[in-house]
Design a protein around this ligand. Structure first.
Ligand code: ASP
Length: 330
């Protein structure tokens, strides 16, 4: 080897040493609070600030668990329970209303390390549907439970049971009276994480689509459509017009593109949201994190409530930001 080659090799090694530890991610978390129209939020800065604050709090709840080495599923359940309690979002309290004026909730969670998954659909009395979904994994041999059976199961697990009207807020009660479709179609919540052990977890919770009828179930609790996680690829949580997300098996589709076509998580997510779906047929977006902690958050709607947080190995501080429209605010 001549002198120049040796110097070049040394520089390469030094570069690799300096760059690679900083690029490896220790853990990562992404949250969404639904996609859809955000008309009016530019003018209503107080309401926009409330959304940013809620997304930030959700990220910090996840950060506390993940930075201490906690399991991804603990973080996802805690983050989504918080968002279910927050009336700003279409999940838990604040959920959108079905055609009969009732609240019918769906939720799912999936663990990438062993592909275990739990979902509940059409529950009317379970205060935290995401906890019931997780209990389906830990305490049943099934993947999806629905309606009254799911409610009996949740009660048997000691989960909090509430009257259906608990989910109502002054805002949703106004919709019941007026049924203004444009007011609050979307606002589902979701969370995906890669924990410090390298495990991926995805969770999603929703009140579904405004004025839904006949026991309609959307993509959220359908494993592979609205929610999916696999340690070989990614964890994904979707939001938007569920019928299209089911048809395109969006969450699994993303993982398959990543794994088999070797696309990056961003390439796979962008392709599905902007080419397979579009703003008319499949309005919405998704959040995803891959096995290395890289993230994607594309949407084809006006906006999507979202936030991410990650820490690089060896770093003391986290990198985080929240967004509603195109911009992200650190
Ligand atoms: N995807 C949900 C559903 O179709 C709704 C949403 O994300 O806003 O039920």
């Amino acid at each position: 080897m001549n002198r120049n080659k040796i110097i070049a090799a040394l520089l390469l090694l030094a570069g690799a040493y300096l760059v690679s530890p900083a690029q490896e991610r220790d853990y990562a978390i992404v949250v969404h609070g639904g996609a859809g129209t955000i008309a009016g939020l530019e003018a209503d800065t107080a309401r926009a600030a409330a959304f940013h604050a809620a997304l930030d709090s959700a990220l910090m709840i996840g950060n506390d668990i993940l930075s201490a080495g906690g399991e991804g599923e603990k973080a996802v359940v805690a983050v989504i329970s918080y968002l279910e309690d927050n009336p700003l979002f279409n999940a838990g309290k604040g959920a959108t209303v079905a055609a009969e004026g009732t609240f019918e909730l769906d939720a799912a969670i999936m663990l990438g390390r062993d592909l275990s998954a739990g979902a509940v659909a059409g529950v009317k009395t379970v205060k935290h549907p995401i906890r019931a979904a997780y209990a389906v994994i830990t305490s049943s041999p099934h993947v999806m439970l629905s309606g009254a059976g799911a409610e009996r199961f949740a009660a048997g697990q000691g989960l909090e049971i509430v009257d259906n009207m608990y989910f109502a807020t002054p805002r949703t009660m106004r919709w019941v009276e007026e049924f203004k479709a444009e007011s609050g179609k979307n606002g589902t919540v979701g969370c995906v994480v890669r924990d410090r052990q390298g495990n991926l977890v995805a969770g999603t919770s929703t009140g579904g689509m405004l004025k839904k009828k006949w026991g309609r179930i959307g993509d959220t609790p359908v494993i592979g459509a609205g929610t999916y996680a696999d340690n070989h690829s990614c964890a994904v949580s979707c939001t938007g017009h569920g019928e299209y997300f089911i048809r395109h098996a969006v969450a699994y589709n993303l993982c398959a593109r990543y794994r088999h076509l070797r696309e990056t998580v961003e390439e796979a997510a962008d392709y599905i949201i902007h080419h397979e779906l579009n703003a008319r047929e499949g309005n919405g977006g998704l959040i995803a994190v891959d096995k290395d902690g890289h993230i994607a958050m594309p949407f084809n709607s006006d906006g999507m409530f979202r936030g991410f947080l990650y820490r690089e190995k060896g770093a003391r501080t986290v990198v985080k930001a929240t967004g509603i429209g195109k911009e992200m605010i650190p």
